[in-house]
Design a binder for this molecule. Structure first.
Ligand code: ADP
Ligand code: MG
Length: 452
């Protein structure tokens, strides 16, 4: 490689560091190695898939513009991941905030919270839908009011549904509207670590002081202090003092306050005193919205069909959905092939398998009976009453749509009907969907309720 290119690369690194901040730089960009530059393409290696995906999704644009600013006309970044890296795999399995996880060891107490917050996690980049609209509104409200009207704000929901994203958003919003307010954001693990450290060095006074002078305290993932009695005790006192003096406290957890394991009763009840907002599992619409927004932010043109496919198939959580998107984008850029559903399916084999819902004919029959209010025995009978016959046709149609069973197999599961009966049912339902909009809408709801 030419000396000149290496020098420019190093210069570009300096520019990125300026634009994304030291911590993000250390966590992500410094883990990249330059392999080659060829015209508009740059080839890098990363220590893991995880680093590669994050760099591409979060810092791709910054990296590109930094390279351009030092005279390298890069349009495409190719990152190859070094599969041997074990440490990063441990990281991938622990869905914690990577940008925050590392500085724990490096930080001194009293560090500026904003240097560890991810600038990409803002209200602007948060896509709002039915499952999270309440939590979003609550977070927004808390970030806008200075009188701690809802105290504490307790956000809860499953892994990867956006709790941390909302907390970072609140912090950024407060910084924007009133930079004089002292905001401290930390994970419960970090809280515990600082507390234990202060005990060891016998300066628990300064530990208390540190937290008791903040205007807004955010503690992420408090489920981690369950069972840790001394830390809980300390947390409880800190918490009470802040709330009593009208300072805002914001908490997140994976469960509601009353469901937190290993947590003292008085703390549980205290945590639920303010506003409790939960984030529900995502819907297809929200997932699609998030994918469209991410693709747009990354400046990628991806066919609507592929995005729909991902939103339909990856239902576990948003983090996995993002990971899937990053992976197919990385693959498409590396291989230079067009992004089709087939390619996506191939690249995401393992993820898709894990997200596969096991839908059985019996499960479909039960749901359909429930929906039409008929008995389970009716659906496999030969009764010709219109409502029963219609439910049966719908169930056969859904069995064809949602399982891989053949016509004869489906027929057998409906009390030994002939395969032509199934073929006829499917045809009939298709016709009805064309001619009767209300029927089509109902069927869609029914189908979704079976899929989710
Ligand atoms: P949690 O803290 O609940 O485990 P995170 O806040 O870390 O989840 O979210 C996981 C990933 O999904 C993050 O990259 C986040 O930006 C993204 N994400 C979650 N919800 C949304 C949303 N509604 N809009 C955009 N991105 C989202
Ligand atoms: Mg989180």
């Amino acid at each position: 490689m030419k000396q000149d290119i290496q020098e420019r690369w190093e210069k570009a690194l300096g520019v990125v560091k300026q634009s994304i901040g030291k911590n993000s730089f250390i966590n992500w960009i410094s883990k990249l190695r330059l392999v080659d530059i060829d015209g508009n393409n740059i080839y890098l290696t990363a220590k893991s898939n995880f680093i590669r995906d994050t760099v591409i999704s979060r810092y791709g644009e910054e990296l590109k513009s930094a390279l351009n600013s030092v005279g390298l006309p890069i349009t495409t970044i190719h990152i190859d991941a070094d599969q041997q890296d074990v440490v990063s795999r441990v990281h991938e399995e622990q869905p914690n905030e990577p940008a925050i996880a590392q500085p724990i060891q490096e930080e001194k107490d009293g560090v500026d919270t904003f240097s560890i917050l991810d600038p990409k996690l803002t209200f602007e980049t948060f896509v709002v839908g039915k499952p999270n609209e309440f939590a979003y509104a609550a977070a927004m409200r808390v970030s806008e009011s200075s009188n701690a009207q809802y105290n504490p704000l307790f956000l809860y929901g499953g892994v990867g549904l956006g709790k941390t994203h909302l907390m970072h958003s609140i912090a950024w919003n407060i910084k924007k509207s009133d930079p004089s307010r002292k905001v401290v954001y930390l994970s419960a693990e970090k809280f515990m670590y600082l507390f234990i450290k202060s005990l060891r060095f016998k300066n628990s006074m300064s530990f208390k002081e540190h937290f008791r002078t903040v205007d807004v305290l955010m503690v992420d993932d408090v489920q981690f202090i369950g069972g840790k009695d001394a830390t809980q005790e300390e947390f409880f006192h800190t918490f009470n003092e802040l709330v009593d003096s009208n300072r805002q406290v914001i908490i997140s957890a994976d469960k509601s306050p009353s469901d937190l394991d290993g947590m003292e009763e008085r703390l549980k009840s205290r945590l639920g005193w303010g506003l409790v907002a939960d984030i529900h599992p995502s819907t297809y619409e929200l997932r699609l919205g998030i994918l469209q927004s991410k693709a747009r932010n990354m400046g990628m043109q991806i066919s609507a069909k592929v995005l729909e496919f991902l939103a339909f198939k990856i239902t576990s959580n948003i983090r996995e959905l993002e990971g899937a998107l990053n992976r197919i984008i990385a693959h498409a850029t590396l291989v230079g092939r067009e992004l089709t559903i087939d390619v996506a399916q191939d690249v995401l084999k393992d993820l898709l398998r894990a997200n596969e819902k096991h839908i059985t004919i019996e499960g479909i029959q039960k749901k359909v009976c429930e929906y039409y209010g008929i008995k389970f025995s009716d659906i496999t009978s030969t009764k010709r009453v219109k409502s029963i016959a219609r439910a049966r046709q719908v169930a056969m149609y859904l069995a064809k749509q949602l399982t891989t069973k053949s016509f004869p197999e489906i027929g057998r599961n409906f009390g030994g009907k002939d395969h032509s009966t199934v073929v006829h049912s499917v045809k009939k339902v298709n016709e009805l969907m064309q001619s009767d909009r209300e029927f089509a809408a109902d069927l869609e709801v029914l189908q979704k309720s079976i899929e989710h």
